[in-house]
Design a protein around this ligand. Structure first.
Ligand code: MRU
Length: 320
């Protein structure tokens, strides 16, 4: 099933804040409603955000057809609803480029973006599975972080799509889902998706990742990205950098799986990326808190980036 889609004149999503307790469909009929869903993480994950941005513009094109100022404001708000994943602004802008041709053309473009992400997931799954077997051995035991499944990418997903492909080839040696503090995308969402796919797994607290690697329980790390910079720096969920350090220390491959729509050659390196800082309430009610939602993994810690069109071997000096 598609986790985000256009249905009878509105956007429908699986409400990711309700999982794993409840599988709830949220129908988004207004631009403020769509923006609230993005900001509350009811819809999240870079490729899904790109599709949400494009469908949001399709919604705005219908609702504000006669009011160019209102329409421009709506597009701007959608584009900037969250700062870090390049897909959101990119999806919104790509759909907005069709505004002069009318609302139907905008919707057609948004649907094309959705379909491209579906095709990209399938391409990454095959290419990523081949690479992981090459790098990690015949039955890789993998650690993944955050949620990179169909919830984050319409169907199948990026890194988790690779895990599923290995499972379907009967060569998956095991998978550990890193919990992903503070919002538990790993413990709540990845675990839910793996269970639905019938894939046995374990959840570990984030800080256990590097230790499990050091103890020989993991053959490689596979995860996604919100933005891949021109120099190969990888911006992804907070905690990714620690796993990259753990992998380097243990001599394990660290593989990033992301569609070309996440590769941003206009961003030179990680230092140029606005890192979303989320409220203290997500962490604690009784003290001040720092809550950066993403971190930057320097390119020299990344073995390879797998996209829907290529394998970029950073360990051999390739760059995006
Ligand atoms: O804050 P989130 O849950 O939107 O962060 C998502 C991630 O960091 C994912 O790893 C990334 O978007 C890749 S999704 C295929």
């Amino acid at each position: 099933m598609r986790t985000i889609d256009w249905v009878d004149g509105a956007v429908e999503i699986i409400d990711q804040t309700a999982l794993p307790g409840e599988l709830r469909i949220l129908r988004l009929e207004t631009v403020p409603g769509l923006i609230a869903a993005i900001q509350s993480l009811a819809v999240r994950g870079a490729p899904a955000l790109g599709v949400a941005g494009a469908f949001g513009v399709a919604l705005a094109a219908r609702l504000h057809a006669g009011d160019p100022d209102e329409l421009a404001t709506a597009v701007d708000r959608i584009e900037h609803a969250r700062p870090t994943a390049v897909n959101l602004a990119r999806g919104a802008r790509r759909a907005a480029a069709l505004l002069p041709r009318g609302a139907d053309a905008v919707l057609a473009e948004a649907c094309a973006i959705r379909d491209e992400e579906v095709a990209a997931s399938e391409a990454m799954a095959a290419r990523g599975a081949d690479l992981l077997v090459e790098l990690c051995g015949a039955r890789p035991r993998l650690l993944t972080h955050c949620n990179t499944g169909g919830l984050a990418a319409v169907v199948l997903g990026t890194a988790l799509g690779v895990v599923r492909e290995l499972h379907e080839r009967h060569v998956l040696g095991g998978v550990i889902a890193s919990e992903t503090r503070p919002l538990l995308q790993g413990a709540r969402l990845t675990s839910w998706e793996l269970s639905r796919w019938g894939i046995e797994h374990r959840v570990a607290v984030d800080s256990a990742g590097p230790f499990l690697m050091a103890r020989g329980e993991v053959d490689g790390v596979v995860l996604g990205a919100d933005r891949i910079c021109a120099n190969g720096d990888v911006v992804n969920k907070i905690g990714t950098y620690a796993h990259a350090l753990g992998a380097r220390r243990a001599g394990l491959p660290f593989v990033v799986v992301a569609p070309e729509s996440t590769v941003d050659l206009e961003t030179p390196d990680g230092a140029a990326v606005p890192i979303e800082d989320r409220g203290a309430a997500e962490i604690t009610a009784w003290s001040a808190a720092a809550n950066p939602a993403f971190d930057i993994t320097p390119h020299d810690l990344v073995t390879a980036i797998v996209t829907d069109r290529r394998v970029i071997r950073l360990d051999r000096g390739d760059r995006p």
